[in-house]
Ligand binder design. Structure first.
Ligand SMILES: *Cc1c(COP(=O)(O)O)cnc(C)c1O
Length: 381
């Protein structure tokens, strides 16, 4: 069986974790700050905060931007539910912006149109969460220009895109955003088991995100409301959460981050090979423009909507565990209850009806990749 995604753990990763287990601290020692530092070095962002998942990271990023009841947060329907849920955790209302079919990312034209309408209605969003679908960056320059024009804060959900590039900078540099979010779930670019990170170029914003990730408790003189009553003391100044990453996870993260460029090179090569192997089949391949920039988290093809289910079954019968990313978030039962329905975001819905994610991961062998291509070919012959 060939899975759609898979982590790669080697002996040095295992040793890094065992080292921590044999040391004094397994949760709050030196590994978490070292991993955070390594993330800033890799991406070029000024600050990083490691947390226990990207879902937590999205939540504290929204909290740090003061998202709350009465606010709107916009995102794309073609993402994992956690992107939209983070705004709901804060009590905010969620709306979506349709995708641009070839990039599958938020459409800047649709965004502008919606911003103009929202300005008239007095419902401009506080935050836009842009998702770099499959690992290829959104048009951040345009999104940032529009967000600045309308006073909207910008979060990059880069859970698919660690290791990818945009305009000769690493995704995560936060050059066009207030925060960038990464996930270290095992199917993502690198893994810490479960884990995530928030990056920012603003010291004030990252401090605020850290406050919410650590119970709202602080000793930082700038955040205290009154002087501490002793060196033993701390103050809870916000209602925060326990979203800390452990040293065990961070040690694995450091070890994995050293291999990230090699992993991404493998992913890019595999994507390039798929483009060649599948070029003559009647399927829509992902946009080749981003071949050298994307982190290639997913290799998502589009097939005839009527044939998708039988093709899915055919591929699984041939040991190829294709998947679907994603059913549009606005059509999930929870979001339907909030008033969304079919037809709200037609490009996202059309894409979601046609897409299949082919297996792609760094350790995938040439034989496995040929098996995927042959299984697809056998359907069309
Ligand atoms: C994986 C993923 C998340 C959630 O990440 P976790 O670390 O599992 O919480 C959020 N957004 C996107 C786009 C993802 O792919």
């Amino acid at each position: 069986m060939i899975p759609y995604g898979k982590h790669q753990i080697e002996n040095d990763d295992i040793e890094a974790v065992v080292d921590v287990l044999e040391n004094q601290f397994i949760t709050q020692g030196l590994q978490v700050p070292a991993f955070e530092e390594a993330l800033t070095k890799y991406t070029g962002a000024a600050y990083a905060l490691a947390v226990n998942s990207a879902t937590s990271a999205l939540h504290v990023a929204c909290k740090a931007l003061n998202v709350g009841p009465g606010d709107w947060v916009w995102t794309t329907p073609i993402t994992f539910v956690a992107t939209a849920n983070a705004a709901r955790f804060c009590g905010a209302q969620v709306d979506f912006v349709d995708i641009e079919p070839s990039s599958r990312n938020i459409c800047a034209k649709a965004l502008l149109k919606k911003l103009i309408q929202a300005e008239h209605a007095g419902t401009l969003p506080k935050v836009l969460i842009a998702v770099h679908f499959a690992g290829a960056s959104c048009d951040m320059q345009t999104l940032k220009t529009l967000c600045d024009q309308y006073g909207v804060k910008l979060i990059e959900d880069a859970c698919h895109a660690l290791g990818g590039d945009y305009q000769n900078h690493k995704i995560g540099s936060c050059r066009f955003s207030d925060f960038t979010i990464f996930s270290f779930h095992p199917v993502k670019s690198i893994t810490t088991g479960e884990g995530g990170a928030v990056l920012s170029n603003s010291e004030a914003l990252i401090k605020k995100a850290a406050l919410f990730a650590k119970h709202g408790v602080t000793k930082d003189p700038e955040l205290l409301e009154t002087p501490l009553d002793g060196p033993w003391s701390y103050q809870q100044v916000e209602l925060g959460f326990n979203y800390r990453m452990s040293d065990l996870q961070a040690a694995l993260g450091i070890s994995q981050l050293n291999k990230l460029n090699a992993f991404i090179a493998r992913r890019r090569h595999k994507a390039f090979v798929y483009h060649g192997l599948l070029a003559d089949l009647p399927i829509q391949l992902p946009n080749a423009d981003m071949l050298e920039q994307s982190a290639w988290h997913l290799y998502a093809i589009e097939v005839d909507a009527q044939q998708r289910l039988p093709l899915y079954e055919h591929l699984w019968q041939h040991g190829v565990q294709v998947n679907v990313h994603y059913s549009p978030v606005h059509l999930q039962p929870y979001y339907r209850r909030l008033g969304f329905s079919e037809g709200d975001f037609p490009h996202a819905e059309a894409y979601a009806a046609k897409t299949l994610t082919l297996p792609l991961f760094p350790a995938m062998t040439d034989a496995e990749q040929n098996a995927v291509a042959n299984a697809l070919r056998s359907w069309y012959q």
